[in-house]
Design a protein around this ligand. Structure first.
Ligand code: ADP
Length: 188
């Protein structure tokens, strides 16, 4: 079993690269952003609780996010491996994930971080905004999301680095070149 976290700021290309990695390695893809969007689109009880928070660009509280993730893990007892995308975003989430993996008798083997500058992120999301219809791609909310990343989520990197589980890949350039570098990091 190979379990991976794909890490990076909003707009780093996690969604694009996840699709390619899933096709190659057969991961079960768990994107907390996609899960939250599904809940809000379907007006579930959870969706109604998180809609405002998401639209503002803030992080959903850890307890809600961690419970949702645990439910998703339980739905996939036979997974050959998981690719986590957009999770963990806080150290508390990273600790919870380690605990869940340990309970399954496995672990997070690698964390691959896409390294993309803040300016590049802003340029990309400005472009995506034209077609995405995502309420959280609006300017003030985007600032909030980028701020949440640089104040809260970056602390996840030293957490994994200290344990020797972190590998950083340049996230700027051709999609296929980045993909190749990700595969090399995963296979190493
Ligand atoms: P991004 O474009 O930032 O990668 P995502 O699609 O991963 O966005 O997530 C969209 C929103 O969903 C976030 O801004 C946040 O409100 C919520 N969210 C997703 N994952 C998490 C998480 N692990 N912890 C807290 N909030 C989350």
């Amino acid at each position: 079993m190979l379990n991976l976290v794909l890490f990076g700021p909003p707009g780093a290309g996690k969604g694009t690269q996840s699709e390619k990695l899933i096709a190659r390695y057969g991961f079960v893809h768990i994107s907390t952003g996609d899960l939250f969007r599904w809940h809000t689109a379907n007006n579930t009880e959870l969706g109604l609780r998180v809609k405002e928070i998401m639209n503002s660009g803030e992080l959903v509280p850890d307890s809600i996010t961690i419970d949702m993730l645990n439910e998703e893990l339980k739905k996939n007892p036979d997974a050959k491996g998981f690719l986590f995308d957009g999770f963990p975003r806080t150290v508390a989430q990273a600790e919870a994930l380690d605990k869940f993996m340990a309970e399954k008798g496995t672990a997070i083997h690698k964390v691959v971080a896409l390294d993309v500058s803040e300016q590049e992120i802003r340029d990309r999301i400005a472009k995506r905004k034209l077609t995405s219809n995502r309420a959280d791609d609006e300017d003030d909310k985007l600032n909030k999301r980028i701020n949440e990343y640089f104040t809260k989520t970056v602390h996840v990197l030293p957490f994994y680095e200290k344990q020797g589980r972190l590998q950083t890949v340049n996230g700027i350039g051709e999609i296929d070149v980045i993909y190749g570098n990700l595969c090399a990091a995963i296979d190493s």
